[in-house]
Structure formats: C-alpha cells, structure tokens
Design a protein around this ligand. Sequence first.
Ligand code: FES
Length: 112
Amino acid sequence: MSDPAPYFRHHVFCCSNQRPPDNPRGCCASKDAQKLRNHMKARIKALKLEGIRINDAGCLDRCEFGPTLVIYPEGIWYGCRTTADIDEVVQTHLVEGGRVARLMLPPAPDPA
Ligand code: FES
C-alpha cells in the first residue's frame, strides 16, 4: 500500500515557541517569529496561492537558527529573520519550486 497523497501542496510549520528571557537556548518568539509568520500568511493570501497551509509550531529544536520554519513535503528548513527573507522563501520556494540556499539550515545529523 502506498502512502496517500499529501493533503496540502505545501505545509509550513513556523516555530513560535517562547522561553523566559534568561533561557540559554533563546527562542524564536523573541526574534519576531509571530510577526514573520503573520507576514507569510498575509503574503500567501495576497498572492492567492492555493494548497498552502501555514501553521504555528512549538519548538522545532533548531533554536539557534531561528526564527525557524520547515516546509513539507520537501522537508526543507529555513531560518528567516526579516519580512524580506519571508518574501524570498514564498516567491522562490512556494511559487517557483526553487530553494533559497542562503536561508537554508545546515543538514540535520543522521538519526540514531
Ligand atoms: S524555539 Fe524555535 S526552534 Fe526552538
């Protein structure tokens, strides 16, 4: 039996995790994650892009690169710090199917 087709063409998870200011890991919420996620949602709507879902996520465990987001089904991770970064990911990845190499996170270590 094969896997079912993805429900969304692109499913984007944006970390919005918040930690206390003195936490050594920091958090995406302290780096404008909510504003950036809202910007991405507004951009998707303005462009009338179909089949794309933007969801809040808890900590994605790549805090040092945040604000962190990941796009499925490709499983591509980005660290976006500005609305211009978000616009570039929307246009290049979600619209054109390319990759924004300068914003992509380094590969994760192999799972144990
Ligand atoms: S707080 Fe955002 S990835 Fe951990």
